[in-house]
Each structure stands twice: as C-alpha cells, then as structure tokens.
Design a protein around this ligand. Structure first.
Ligand SMILES: [Mn+2]
Length: 291
C-alpha cells in the first residue's frame, strides 16, 4: 500500500519529498520524464539478518532532507516523489520490483529509499529488465552470505548480492568500498562473481566508462564519524566528499538507470546524515557529461 501522507487539515505546509523533491501521485507523473529522478520510499524492513533495525528510515530521510528543496529546485527541477510503501515483506518486495520496472519504462531514473539493503534486490531486478547492466554497490560489506552462521536459504541483507550474481541478469557486479574484516577472508580470494574496488580512487572506476549502471548505496560505506546512525558501523570508511566524487564520476561517465539507498537508522539528532545520503544520490542523477 502506497501512502502519500498528504497534509492533514490544520497543517498548511505542503508535503515535501525526498531531498526536496515534489510529491506527486503516480497518476500525476508526466509521461515524458527526460531522465529525471523519481523517488519512492520503502518503510518496512524486507529481510534483515545483520545490523540494528531501522524501520521508518524512509520517512526519516524524507523529512530530514526536506530543507534541501530550494537547492533541488534550482539544480534538479525534475525530481519527484511518488510515496512510501509499507506492508508485509513479500508484498513490498513485489511492489518495489513493479515500481522500479514501471518507472523505468516511463523513462524515469527510479530511486528506492529503503530500510535494510535487501530492497536493492527487488528494485535492481525491476529496473534492469531490458538491458545488460552493471550493478555497482557502495558498501563496507560484500553481502555474499559467506559469514551467515545460520546459512539460511532465505534472501536477506547479508546474502542478496550472491542471488543477484546468480540471477545472470547483470553484466558485472562491482563493489566499491569493501573493508569490514569479513571481506578480507580468504574465501573471497576464490571466484565470487564480484569485482572488488577497496579504495575511493576514481581512476579505478575507468573500466565502467560508457556502461549502463545501477547504483546501490549502503550508507555504511561512509565512516561512522560522519554518519553515526547506521545499522552496521564499520570504521575506516569513506568521507562524504569521497563518496560525492564517486557519484559525480558515475553520472558523468556512465548511463545511470536506477539507484537505491539503505541502512540509515532514523535519528533526529543526526538529521544531516539524511542530507548527505540525498546529496550523494542527487549527484548521481543528471545530464551525462554535465558539470
Ligand atoms: Mn553494508
């Protein structure tokens, strides 16, 4: 069920969307999107195996990034927000896949703002139905499930990358920022199906130039000094400036088909972290080769 949370009587302010985007119903969306960003939230955890719960993260990010609106309107006037999904995990997984597919078919760059990282599985498969895309995930972890001591067959936020690799739907799966101790296990010396770039070096991204890419941002790629309210803290992460530069490089040199952001915990004491996440996503979407 999609909720718009329209302004209730007695509240004169209009609802402001993710990163200052304009809130529209699906019916109100323009037919010609021109490659604009279209955000939607997923406010139910879909399948968390690792990290602290962050139910409600989408609404937190939406409200904490609302003051970006004047900036957004000047620099990215097309960005829209079509609401927040809630419900049972199976139902929301399906709705996320359909939302990504539907928005991509209308020429938008769909962006899912989720709770646990599993949202990326449904959204990436929905968005990338037509083309052979490279899946790029910025994440301190590899999410291949090799350190899941329960070894459950179910999809969850610590193993869904393995399922994406096995789906065969992506030309290549590329991690940027792996650094947790588990990612240094010798198990990863063997073929995992994932290309691992551990640094924030832009030179290392050169092989992605000209490709269709889907970009998934797990906020734990950032250092907890800058973003204390994340579900799985890992020291020695990227600075927000390093992440912004990577996002800018991807926009300028690749064709970004869709994106997601997840694993940020609601925390009103650290509202700036929502702006860091949204600013990085905005940097990803815009004219290719532009400034
Ligand atoms: Mn992670």
């Amino acid at each position: 069920m999609r909720e718009h949370e329209k302004t209730s009587p007695g509240e004169p302010e209009e609802l402001i969307g993710f990163g200052g985007a304009v809130v529209r119903s699906m019916e109100e969306l323009p037919e010609q999107s021109g490659g604009a960003a279209c955000f939607f939230g997923v406010d139910s955890e879909l399948s968390r195996r690792f990290g602290a719960s962050n139910e409600g993260a989408a609404v937190f990010i939406r409200s904490a990034s609302a003051r970006m609106r004047p900036w957004t309107r000047r620099e990215r006037p097309g960005a829209t927000d079509v609401g927040v999904l809630r419900g049972s995990p199976a139902q929301v997984m399906e709705e996320t896949l359909l939302m990504g597919a539907g928005l991509a078919a209308r020429g938008f760059v769909p962006v899912a703002v989720g709770c646990d990282h599993t949202v990326s599985y449904a959204h990436a498969l929905g968005v990338c139905r037509e083309r052979r895309t490279t899946y790029v995930y910025l994440d301190a972890h590899l999410d291949l499930g090799l350190h899941d001591d329960r070894r459950q067959p179910d999809l969850h936020n610590g193993n869904f990358i393995g399922a994406l690799v096995r789906s065969g739907r992506f030309e290549q799966v590329v991690n940027v920022g792996a650094r947790s101790w588990t990612t240094h296990d010798e198990a990863y010396e063997a073929q995992t199906g994932v290309t691992i770039l551990r640094s924030a070096s832009l030179d290392a991204l050169a092989f992605l130039r000209g490709r269709d890419v889907y970009v998934s941002l797990d906020v734990d790629v950032l250092d907890p000094t800058f973003v204390p309210n994340m579900c799985c803290r890992e020291p020695f992460g990227f600075t927000p400036r390093e992440l912004l530069s990577i996002m800018e490089w991807l926009r300028r040199h690749c064709n970004v088909l869709g994106a997601d952001v997840s694993e940020l915990a609601p925390d009103t004491q650290h509202g700036h972290t929502a702006e860091i996440a949204m600013r990085c996503v905005h940097e990803l979407i815009g004219p290719r080769g532009g400034p």
